[in-house]
Design a protein around this ligand. Structure first.
Ligand code: MGD
Ligand code: MGD
Ligand code: MO
Length: 810
């Protein structure tokens, strides 16, 4: 989230599109209720289903799964056509005026540079025109046909209300009503907040869904302000923490990057990370990249990381593919390229797409180690339950080890919530039986592996034997020790470059990332967490819930990264003179000499408001309506059909899905067509369960005991399906049996003159635990992922349905 949960109370309009917050985020949803009660805010829900969030909304509109980009580009077009633009914001705080290269273009659903063989773009032309002084050229009048504003106007021109209705199935009048409500928020004193989650991310163009709304929010001037923002409602209680500390195959903690094979040495690695400003006088804060990276390498390898060995840069693995995401790992397992799989806090047998492929992958392993408090379907994958593309048990040689862990409620540490708050928590219970903390298990394995490398050597033991492991008990690091390491400390005295005065003494914790250095005098495991555990103690454990000015910022509650800042880009809440756009909702302001306010200003304290742009992380100093080469699938979002869809790609009927999405050749052949599978399916969660582990609890299992699918009354009538009757749902990759919930909450849509039926499939069942056996959607979902972040396309695929007897027993 750009803004904290508590800030949602400050908004005038909530749009929940691509999520179902009342059900999946019931605790945070109270801030929507607060905004409605206190400010008279309105709530819009756009969802294929009439959800529990919709039931308390002021306005609901249906949408065909996988068509949100058409809706969002249509809304942008409508705002542009109807002058619902916060002009001062757009002119000064976005790249609307930047000129785009002459050789950039778009036709037949593709941007320039597409290479069909590689299924990738050469993105060179996706850039600005750069002047001789090295700065991007601009046209502040926004008239030049190559300026971003005019290019955007041209790009969205086709998304008329008629076009939007045809693609999305959202009735035109509803679409226009929503545009009018959104358009009102272009006034400087009105804000809209976007709350989204997996309804937007779980698509082959998920990242572009989110881009689309971010662009709309920029046009309305809603980023950096109270009651605005792009608010990603994260999933697991600490999934924000997972990405923050780099548990992605291509990341290092703090959103630094694992080097690629093309960046074999330190100099080459840094050369593409110089982040020279693209406009005069801009901050381009990533110029501090070396400070964060060297401090990270010092945290990893301590004294073994020296200037002479480029801070042990060679110890880092180099990526030969864009990412070793879960889809790729299961593809590799299927190709016999993986021997051992450590599966920690993850149940892919139920949670990943194409159960047949997942099972076949697990069946080819030599060893599967499952670290979990519970016995999961994944650790029992070898039980052949039949009819699900399982592999016969006798053919499986995989050895399975279960290592019982504690669960979050028995652990101490910080959970990072969606609003980037690191909230320390304490164990609520003593672990049962032989359960051990994950950190204990990992440390025990690690110390043994290190001892083996010490005694036996190996091709390159250095990164392992030299790893810094400075804990009181090497076999059991304490949460406090790990947290202090992530915050970082001075290794020698750190001085102020201007005055030479010592600002942090050797051995002391740093108080913020501004104190980190690239000369080896500091270490920090995760630079964005600097400030979370300082010499003043554990900032994450703070529990002062006072909010003296009723701004919703709660600055003394826990710690928010970065720098305890609650609203990202908050400098943009004030105009070019540094005065709040809305005097009733101030956040930061310029007092003539420096920045002050109710939040930690997201700008240097003395940065001149009219000269230094608010988007300090961007080389431009402004935000991006056009993303240059950042996104793999284009600088503007463009409507593309899901890989399985009842409609062909309207801009290029020959092209299937997103032309650069994550897809392996063998899976292309396993996609279904709408002739065979005419129904659009989507999948989601229910409030009564948390994924696959609450079914172990008899009370939850009793609340939602049995796998069901939801269909409209019209589809039920068409197929002769009775309310509560049994059905078989099948697609190109598998089949499931379920109970049918026939409901008015799902209605047929009309897209391009044709009726489109939607089948809703909740995801919570398996064969372990107290609930009745059931399979959820992932026997059916395709093995396809988003182009930028590889999230599977769980939210739009094709199926068929018929009345059926009970599932046959294998
Ligand atoms: N009780 C409970 N809470 C949970 C969880 C849980 O299992 N149980 N899981 C947690 C986790 S890990 C996560 S990631 C979050 C997920 O949070 P959400 O994303 O809010 O939850 P979902 O139910 O997956 O999907 C949300 C909605 O997206 C809609 N949808 C499907 N396709 C589309 C589409 O193409 N466009 C639009 N506009 N909407 C679409 C679905 O109909 C559904 O209502 O929830 C978290 N909270
Ligand atoms: N079709 C479809 N599929 C989906 C989705 C969808 O919307 N549609 N949603 C996807 C999403 S967003 C998510 S997040 C996944 C969820 O999928 P998973 O993450 O695979 O599922 P969970 O049941 O949340 O649990 C993971 C395991 O963590 C264990 N666990 C809990 N605490 C601890 C701990 O402290 N240590 C260890 N080692 N283990 C622990 C639990 O017992 C559980 O078995 O499902 C995904 N799959
Ligand atoms: Mo999730």
């Amino acid at each position: 989230m750009t803004n904290p949960w508590t800030d949602i109370k400050n908004t005038d309009l909530v749009i929940v599109m691509g999520g179902n917050a009342a059900e999946a985020h019931p605790c945070g949803f109270k801030w929507v209720t607060e905004a409605k009660a206190q400010r008279g805010a309105r709530l819009i829900v756009v969802d294929p289903r009439y959800t529990r969030t919709a039931s308390v909304a002021d306005y609901y509109a249906p949408i065909r799964p996988g068509s949100d980009i058409a809706f969002l580009m249509g809304a942008i077009r409508w705002c542009m056509e109807n002058d619902k633009v916060q002009w001062d914001y757009v002119r000064n705080y976005t790249n609307a005026s930047f000129l785009v290269r002459e050789d950039f273009g778009w036709s037949d659903g593709l941007f320039t540079g597409y290479d069909e063989e590689k299924r990738d773009y050469d993105k060179e032309s996706w850039d600005y025109q750069i002047g001789e002084d090295g700065y991007a050229l601009t046209d502040p009048t926004l008239q030049d046909p190559r300026c971003v504003w005019q290019m955007l106007r041209q790009h969205v021109d086709v998304y008329t209300p008629e076009f939007v209705e045809n693609i999305t199935g959202t009735p035109r009048d509803k679409f226009l009503d929503i545009c009018a409500m959104i358009g009102e928020c272009s006034a400087p004193d009105r804000t809209m907040t976007s709350m989204y989650a997996l309804g937007w991310t779980q698509h082959s163009k998920g990242a572009q869904n989110i881009r689309g709304m971010a662009m709309l929010q920029l046009i309305l001037g809603n980023i950096g302000v109270r009651g605005g923002g792009m608010n990603a409602l994260r999933g697991h209680s600490n999934i924000q923490g997972l990405t923050d500390i780099g548990l992605m195959s291509n990341l290092i903690p703090g959103y630094l990057n694992i080097p690629t094979e093309r960046e074999r040495d330190w100099e080459t690695y840094l050369s593409t990370r110089s982040f020279t400003p693209l406009r005069p006088g801009q901050t381009s804060y990533w110029q501090n990249y070396p400070n964060f990276m060297v401090s990270f390498l010092k945290a990893m390898w301590g004294d073994a990381a020296t200037e002479q060995n480029d801070w042990a840069f060679d110890y880092l693995p180099k990526l030969d593919v864009p990412a070793y995401d879960v889809l790729r790992m299961f593809e590799l397992m299927n190709n016999d390229r993986v021997n051992i799989y450590f599966c920690q806090g993850f149940n892919p047998m139920l949670s990943f797409p194409d159960r047949g492929k997942v099972t076949r992958g697990l069946s080819r392993l030599k060893l599967l180690v499952v670290m979990d408090p519970l016995s999961t379907e994944t650790s029992h994958f070898w039980q052949n339950h039949g009819a699900h593309n399982d592999v016969p048990t006798a053919e499986i040689q995989t050895e399975v080890l279960e290592l019982p862990t504690t669960c979050f409620a028995e652990d101490e540490g910080a959970l990072v919530n969606s609003g980037r708050w690191l909230q320390w928590h304490w164990p609520g219970a003593t672990p049962p039986g032989q359960a051990k903390h994950d950190t204990w298990i990992m440390a025990q394995i690690w110390t043994r592996v290190r001892d083996l490398y010490r005694s036996e050597g190996g091709a390159f033991p250095d990164p392992i034997v030299n790893l810094s492991w400075d804990y009181a008990d090497p076999g059991n690091p304490m949460p406090e020790e790990l947290a202090r390491e992530m915050n970082g400390r001075a290794l020698s005295d750190v001085t102020d470059p201007a005055t030479g005065a010592v600002i942090v003494q050797a051995g002391r914790q740093v108080s913020g990332f501004g104190q980190l250095r690239a000369d080896g005098t500091t270490m920090a495991g995760c630079w964005i967490y600097a400030g979370s555990w300082t010499e003043d103690g554990n900032m994450m454990a703070r529990r002062d819930n006072s909010d003296p000015d009723a701004t919703g910022m709660y600055l003394n509650w826990a710690f928010a990264w970065p720098a305890n800042r609650r609203v990202l880009y908050n400098r943009a809440s004030a105009d070019l003179q540094g005065r709040p756009w809305d005097a009733t909702r101030p956040l930061v302001q310029w007092n003539g000499e420096r920045w002050t306010g109710y939040d930690i200003p997201d700008i240097a304290p003395t940065a001149n408001p009219s000269e230094v742009g608010p988007f300090i992380m961007n080389q431009e100093g402004v935000s991006r309506l056009f993303t240059r080469g950042m996104m793999r699938d284009g600088p503007f979002p463009t409507h593309m059909e899901p890989f399985e869809s009842p409609m062909a790609n309207v801009f290029n009927p020959r092209m299937r899905g997103n032309p650069v999405a994550r897809m392996f050749a063998s899976d292309a052949a396993r996609l279904g067509s709408s002739e065979e599978f005419p129904l659009v399916a989507t999948s989601y969660r229910l409030t009564e369960h948390f994924h696959y582990w609450t079914k172990h609890n008899p009370v939850n299992a009793a609340l939602q005991p049995e796998f069901f699918v939801e269909i409209s009354e019209e589809l039920a009538a068409e197929r002769g399906i009775a309310k509560g009757g049994r059905v078989r749902v099948w697609g190109a990759r598998g089949q499931v049996w379920a109970k049918a919930v026939v409901t008015k909450r799902i209605r047929p849509l009309t897209c391009d003159g044709k009726t489109v039926h939607v089948v809703g499939i909740p995801l919570h069942w398996g064969f372990m635990g107290a609930a009745k056996k059931g399979w959820g959607p992932n026997s059916l979902t395709p093995f396809v992922g988003d182009a930028n972040v590889e999230t599977p396309e769980f939210k739009a695929f094709l199926v068929n349905i018929e009345p059926a007897a009970e599932e046959p027993v294998a």
